[in-house]
Design a protein around this ligand. Structure first.
Ligand SMILES: NC(=O)c1ccc[n+]([C@@H]2O[C@H](COP(=O)([O-])OP(=O)(O)OC[C@H]3O[C@@H](n4cnc5c(N)ncnc54)[C@H](O)[C@@H]3O)[C@@H](O)[C@H]2O)c1
Length: 469
């Protein structure tokens, strides 16, 4: 039988299994959904592709989806985020997984394609996406087929972005093998559940442009995802990544946090707790005022370039730290990104500049400029917490992944029309409830009178949909 996985080393499976077994205890929400639905098997008969960091927590998500009946194939959503032992443990159970730490861009996109390709060239019915790359590949391939059918030729590749060129080449390769590949698989796709802010931003744009080909669930905007994973997750995993890479002392340093959304709030709080002086940059006056009233300095990046010892981008936007900004930084400044994509920092321009790059160790590079100034870049500008450490801790991923599982059950059960959906607040509250016991938290129960007085159902939902937490 053909080996249906590509990972670093299957010999790591035992280590992966040990870590998974420990983490299962730290993921009470996810494990209780597994228990609740395993006999009912709501995902039975559905082919499911995941494109999400192949960590030990994701292994537990994969095994939950399988226990619920799904036929699963998986790839990572970042070239540096795979924990090879977790991938090995999953491969050893016979689940096709295509992921290893340190993929090239070509390998990465090929892995995504492998995860999307089931036996007999069938595609998935359901997608779990993080950042939208699996969704993007399907939409790009579908568009290329449309273009080819209309013009009998391919459009010119005009982009100079190296990753976009890889994608364009891959969809042309697929087209040469089967000119209708994506048109064949799209009708079978019920929908996607999207994990992160950046992926949701892409989905909103596709929906506005009328380009969305299937239903999409916004997992990120469940309160129990963005107000926990993005905030408390980053509050711990940012410093984990910085310290594993650099071993630098944080106390007393000036840290510039670009962006003060959910991720930025967690990062700023973390840095302050280590005794750093924190400066925030923001474009949104509401977030800027929040940062100021938390006691952070709010400045433009340009005005603090030579003050910062460490720069962290958290915006989900591009060109936040440009090559010119880096030129203005002090000697030995550390630059890293915790937003989804590496374009927050102009890494390509830095690599093409007059600075000499020297790798200290994988995911930790020193750039020396002609004047002798040295700048350190972590994880090549990709997610520092997953590139230089192991991402968020299991407990907070349990809240995120419980939402993923509920969204998948919803998609499979309801098969909604094309459109962008949120999980109902009842389920959001349920996810939180599933995590209280583990922290010995006791919930107060409303009396009937109190419930009537504030006008809510005694058992929830307790807030309006618009409530911001
Ligand atoms: N590394 C992780 O583990 C992890 C976890 C969750 C989310 N993310 C990613 O982190 C990014 C941020 O997510 P979020 O939920 O905090 O989003 P968010 O929208 O809540 O916050 C982003 C903030 O950046 C600000 N911003 C945009 N452009 C800016 C600029 N030029 N200068 C300064 N500020 C700017 C926005 O006003 C906003 O307040 C996204 O890419 C998301 O996908 C990463």
């Amino acid at each position: 039988m053909k080996q249906d996985y590509k990972i670093k080393d299957i010999g790591l499976a035992d280590l992966g299994r040990k870590k998974i077994t420990i983490s299962e205890k730290e993921m009470p929400g996810l494990m209780s959904l597994r228990k609740q639905y395993a006999s009912e098997k709501p995902l039975k008969g559905f082919r499911l592709t995941g494109s999400l960091h192949m960590t030990k927590e994701t292994a537990i998500l994969i095994e939950t989806l399988k226990d619920l009946g799904a036929d699963v194939r998986w790839a990572s959503c970042n070239i540096f985020s795979t924990q090879d032992e977790a991938a090995a443990a999953i491969a050893a159970t016979g689940t096709p997984v295509y992921a290893w730490k340190g993929e090239t861009l070509e390998e990465y996109w090929d892995c995504t394609l492998q995860a999307l390709t089931f036996d007999n060239n069938l595609g998935p019915n359901l997608l779990v996406d993080d950042g939208g790359d699996a969704t993007l590949l399907i939409h790009k391939g579908y568009e290329l087929e449309n273009y080819f059918n209309e013009h009998q030729s391919y459009p010119d590749i005009t982009t100079t972005n190296s990753e976009e060129i890889v994608i364009e080449n891959l969809i042309r390769k697929v087209h040469q093998l089967n000119a209708n590949h994506w048109h064949n698989i799209v009708p079978d796709i019920i929908g996607v559940s999207e994990e992160t802010t950046t992926g949701v931003a892409r989905l909103i744009q596709m929906e506005q442009d009328n380009k969305l080909l299937f239903a999409a669930f916004n997992v990120n905007d469940s309160a129990t995802k963005s107000k926990f994973d993005n905030l408390y997750g980053c509050r711990e995993s940012l410093v984990d990544g910085i310290k594993r890479a650099t071993e630098v002392m944080m106390a007393g340093k000036t840290v510039v946090v670009c962006g003060y959304g959910d991720v930025g709030k967690g990062c700023a709080q973390s840095m302050r707790s280590y005794g750093c002086k924190v400066v925030v940059t923001e474009i949104d006056p509401i977030c800027a005022l929040q940062a100021a009233m938390e006691g952070y300095e709010v400045k433009t990046l340009e005005s603090v370039l030579n003050k910062g010892h460490l720069f962290v981008t958290t915006t989900g936007n591009k060109d936040i730290i440009t090559l010119e900004h880096i030129r203005g930084m002090r000697d030995q400044a550390i630059v890293c990104n915790i937003g989804h994509f590496d374009n927050e920092i102009q890494v390509d321009a830095l690599n093409d500049s007059d600075a000499t790059r020297e790798q200290i160790k994988p995911q930790y590079d020193k750039y020396t400029f002609p004047d002798g100034k040295e700048i350190f870049l972590l994880a090549e500008g990709r997610l520092v917490n997953l590139g230089c450490a192991t991402g968020h801790a299991s407990f907070v991923m349990s809240t995120s992944f419980a939402n993923q599982v509920l969204a998948q059950i919803f998609l499979a059960d309801r098969k909604p029309e094309i459109g962008l959906y949120d999980l109902p607040k009842e389920l959001d509250e349920e996810v939180a409830r599933l995590h209280l016991n583990h922290l010995d938290a006791e919930l107060t129960i409303l009396t009937d009178n109190q419930a009537q007085y504030i006008g809510v159902n005694k058992n929830g939902p307790f807030k309006k949909d618009e409530y911001r937490y």
